[in-house]
Each structure stands twice: as structure tokens, then as C-alpha cells.
Design a binder for this molecule. Structure first.
Ligand code: SAM
Length: 231
């Protein structure tokens, strides 16, 4: 595996923990669109993002500071991975590292998944990672959660047959909320893991913090259930 000296890439600007509330909402729910709102892209020219010009087969949703995204790209040398992130600062930083290290199969995009992923073709993605989402625990903040019935259905649409959605969180309420929602939709076979042994994936920035502090992590692997004929 390629080694990167991340210290070569200092963060130039302070990274905010969150952006303003409107940025988390779907564009059609807004009365006015803030200047900082991520562009609600409908199409993407993949040749502008990836060396081989192909669409990504792996998506890291809410990629944050991108350690997982970059390490995962090393394991997928022939396939592309795209990180989607609502905060612009980590996106710029990740893409600086990607360019500085000439990593052709990895990119981060300033984008909110509240607007679905219309630029991703149906049945085209092998794996989606949704790791350590912001918990938004207070009822008044629920509307900022990206994990909604619409999101689950969008993940189901873009995943190929037998494609997988990987979930991890350290917040028990978020784990329960996600499992209940998945079970209501019936779109995935859900397997809750008892240990990290079955999780063959690099450690994320947040996961590293949890491991260091001995915080329990809930990991789930969801396999796309094929739509029935005509369904
Ligand atoms: C707690 S961080 C976890 C980051 C990374 N996955 C990790 O495990 O270290 C959650 C990330 O999701 C991003 N996020 C929240 N809502 C989003 C949305 N609607 N679209 C894209 N990214 C979002 C946040 O900005 C933040 O970077």
C-alpha cells in the first residue's frame, strides 16, 4: 500500500464542524438558496474527475477529512471511489492530497446527498459507505439527517445487484433509527456485525478516535435486495 505523509498537506483553513441548517435540506424545500449551498448537480463528466474517465463504483457518503476515502482508493486500484461531502474545506484538502500524490482513482465532491445522486447511474455501484454520520440527536435537528427513506431508496437504486451499503456509528440511537428505517423499506438484507473482524475496511478518522477512546461502534452491512419483476 502507498504511504502518504499527510503532514505534507497542512489544513490551510479551520474546518467547521457543521454548515448552516439550510445546507442540509433538499433544494426544493428552500425559499432561498444560500451562497454556500453545494451545487445540486444533475450530471458529471467523469473524465474531469478520474484518470480512467470511468464512473465511480464506490461511494463514500459524508467522507469528512477523507482518510478512509484515500486509503480505500489504494485497495481499488482499477476502480474509482468518489467521496461526497457537504463541507467545502475537507473536500478541497482531500483533492489537494489526491492531486499532490497523483491518485487517479479518488476524488471528493462538494455535494449534499439530501438532493439524491442523480449523476450516478442506476445499478452501477458496488459499495456505498455511510460511516459515522452526524447524529443530530435533538428532535429539532432530525431534519438535518441525511439517512431518510428517500436516501435508502436512492442507495438501492444506484447499487448493482448484490451491492452493499456499509453503515457504522458510535451512537446507539442512530444505529436503532437506521435499522428500523431499513427494516421498514425492506430494500436490504441487514446484517449487524458483532465485531470488527468481518469488516474488511480501512479505519476512518472518526473510527480511529472511537478505537482510541474505547467507544463501542455499531457496524452493519446491508445487501441490496433485488427488486421483484415489475417492482
Ligand atoms: C462525523 S463526520 C464522519 C466523517 C467520516 N465518514 C469519518 O468516519 O471520519 C460526518 C460527515 O458527514 C458530512 N455530512 C453530513 N450531512 C451530509 C450531507 N447531506 N451530504 C454530504 N455529507 C454530509 C459531514 O459534513 C461530516 O463530514
Amino acid at each position: 500500500m502507498t504511504e502518504i505523509k499527510f503532514s505534507k498537506y497542512p489544513f490551510g483553513t479551520k474546518i467547521r464542524h457543521h454548515v448552516s441548517t439550510n445546507n442540509y435540506l433538499p433544494i426544493e424545500e428552500l425559499k432561498f438558496i444560500p451562497e454556500s449551498y453545494p451545487e445540486a448537480l444533475k450530471t458529471i463528466d467523469w473524465t474531469s474527475l478520474f484518470a480512467n474517465g470511468n464512473a465511480p463504483k464506490y461511494l463514500d457518503i459524508g467522507c469528512g477529512r477523507g482518510k478512509f476515502l484515500i486509503l480505500r482508493s489504494f485497495e481499488l486500484s482499477n476502480d474509482n471511489i468518489l467521496g461526497l461531502e457537504i463541507r467545502p474545506e475537507p473536500v478541497n484538502w482531500i483533492n489537494d492530497v489526491v492531486e499532490g500524490e497523483s491518485i487517479g482513482n479518488c476524488r471528493a465532491l462538494h455535494y449534499s446527498v439530501a438532493n439524491n445522486m442523480p449523476f450516478v447511474e442506476s445499478n452501477s455501484v458496488n459499495e456505498i459507505y455511510y460511516l459515522f454520520p452526524d447524529p443530530w440527536n435533538k428532535r429539532k435537528h432530525y431534519k438535518k439527517r441525511a439517512f431518510t427513506a428517500k436516501f435508502v431508496s436512492e442507495c438501492h437504486r444506484v447499487l448493482a445487484d448484490d451491492g452493499k451499503l456499509f453503515l457504522a456509528t458510535d451512537v446507539p440511537e442512530v444505529h436503532t433509527y437506521q435499522i428500523n428505517l431499513l427494516s421498514k423499506t425492506g430494500l436490504f438484507d441487514v446484517k449487524i456485525l458483532n465485531s470488527r473482524d468481518e469488516w474488511q475496511l480501512p479505519v476512518t478518522n472518526k473510527e480511529r478516535f472511537c478505537i482510541r477512546k474505547n467507544i463501542d461502534v455499531y457496524r452493519t452491512i446491508c445487501t441490496k435486495v433485488k427488486p421483484s419483476v415489475g417492482g
